[in-house]
Each structure stands twice: as C-alpha cells, then as structure tokens.
Design a protein around this ligand. Structure first.
Ligand SMILES: [Fe+2]
Length: 274
C-alpha cells in the first residue's frame, strides 16, 4: 500500500443544507467529503457547482452504492462513473463501505453487513481487484454498523477486516463512531477490536453521533459526537497514520457553530496526538 497521501486535516461531510454556511466558514474546514452517488448520475450543472466549491476545498469522494460484497462483479458503468468522478474532483483517495447494498439485480439501498466467512473474503478481494484495475488512486474500505451477531460467521469482524485489507493491500476508512456503536450494541471492547485490525492501514477517520433508543444506539449521524467517540478518536490518531478526520452529520442539524466546535475539538486531537 502507498502511504504517501497528504494530510488533509479536519473536514465536514458536504450536505446541501449546509452549503451556505460551509462557504461562509471556509477557513475553518480543511476538506469536504462528497457522496459519490449524488453526482455520478447527476446533471452536469450539479457537478460543475460542486467543482466550483472544490476550488476552495480539497474534495474526497465517498460512495455508498458500490456493493463490494455482492457475489458478482462490480457494475462496470457504476465503477467507470465513480473513477471519472474521482479524477474530476482530484480526490487523494476514494472510499466505499465494506458491506453489500445489492443482491444481484435488486438494489436494497441499505448498507448491509457481510457474513464473516472465507467465501466472503474471496468475493470482496475479487471485487476490490476489479476496482483497482480501473484506477491507481487509493481505495479505502469503511467499517459499518450492524445490530445482531452475524450468523454462520467463521471469524470475528476484526479478523474479517484484517484479512481483506491485507489481501487487497487496501487502506481503511475507520468510522470510530461505528466501532463505538457496535461495541455497545454487541457487547465487545472497542479497544480490543482496534488492537486486532491493521491500524497502519487507516488513512481516514469518520466521527459522528448516534441516537440511543431502548438500550441500542442507532447510527443516525443525528447528534453530537459522544465522549466515548472522542476517546476512541484519540487512541486511533495516536496509533494510526491518519491523514484526515471527517465529521458526518446528516440530520437534526444543530447550529453551524456547534459543528465548527466539533471540528475544532477534532483538530486539537489531530494536532496533539498525531
Ligand atoms: Fe462513516
């Protein structure tokens, strides 16, 4: 794996309702992560507007629909559009989730966990190989949340992630909120998980806040980052060659100053621990 990516700092997930505030606070946001799927089938004007915004911030494409864990080749048209978009935005890397969103011919439009099996390792590795045939830009895989122990698993999630990252020589987008949520919902030690994966492959980190409901935390990106997540972030920044930290916020928006305050906390952690 090529570890020479630039440090991009602390960024914010680009969401349309936040556009004006983002432009008004350019100096406080180091980069924007953009949802690939919102642009690869969009009208040219929408992409142009984004690229105009990109004159003020580095843009990093983040996909939700590649479905790297579906047992069939990645959709060639989707992949070509993604790679073209990555080139247009000049993203230092691009990412999608370690999950599946498509059963053959059916788009279930949901980040769905994979079985932690040898067979799935092979499927994902084969599909990542296909992605890498389209581009030399680094491709990162992100860990997702899931809400029940995965049946028929032959290994732990940490072993599964490790096998895939090492076999594909890929980097990781480590969502520390997802680690926290899974650790609470499934009852494991988040630090044991982190010590069991190849942290040297973590290029980017996601932070976010979930929603507690009847004893379970849901991955809503709809509340403030919790103390537990800040603590996990410190651990990760201290132990991994993180190049960028990204705040994801998708609903229940607070004031923009609240988001800037969270970016500042992340920036202080990045400066202090990396
Ligand atoms: Fe995430």
């Amino acid at each position: 794996m090529n570890y020479s990516q630039p440090k991009v700092g602390v960024g914010l997930g680009f969401r349309t309702p936040l556009y004006q505030e983002i432009m008004n606070n350019k100096e406080s946001i180091d980069f924007l992560e953009v949802i690939t799927d919102q642009y690869i089938y969009a009208i040219p004007e929408k992409v142009e507007l984004l690229l105009e915004t990109g004159k003020h911030f580095p843009l990093i494409p983040h996909g939700v629909g590649m479905s790297i864990g579906t047992d069939m080749p990645v959709d060639a048209d989707y992949l070509q559009r993604t790679v073209d978009f990555v080139e247009k935005t000049d993203g230092p890397w691009f990412s999608d989730h370690l999950c599946f969103t498509k059963a053959p011919d059916v788009d279930i439009a949901q980040l769905t966990p994979l079985w932690f099996t040898e067979e799935m390792v092979e499927v994902v590795c084969r599909n990542v190989k296909q992605v890498k045939e389209y581009t030399d830009r680094p491709f990162l895989l992100e860990n997702i949340t899931y809400y029940f122990p995965i049946p028929l698993s032959e290994m732990t999630e940490a072993e599964f992630v490790t096998r895939i990252l090492e076999k594909t020589d890929c980097g990781m987008l480590l969502d520390v909120n997802n680690v926290h949520i899974n650790s609470v919902n499934l009852g494991f030690d988040p630090y044991e998980f982190l010590n069991s994966i190849p942290l040297e492959r973590v290029t980017q980190v996601h932070i976010a806040g979930g929603t507690r409901m009847q004893g379970v935390i849901l991955d809503t990106h709809g509340s403030a980052v919790s103390k537990e997540v800040w603590d996990i972030l410190k651990f990760v920044v201290r132990n991994a060659p993180v190049k960028g930290i990204l705040l994801e916020r998708d609903q229940n928006y607070p004031t923009f100053q609240d988001l800037l305050d969270e970016l500042n906390i992340a920036r202080n952690i990045f400066n202090q621990y990396s």
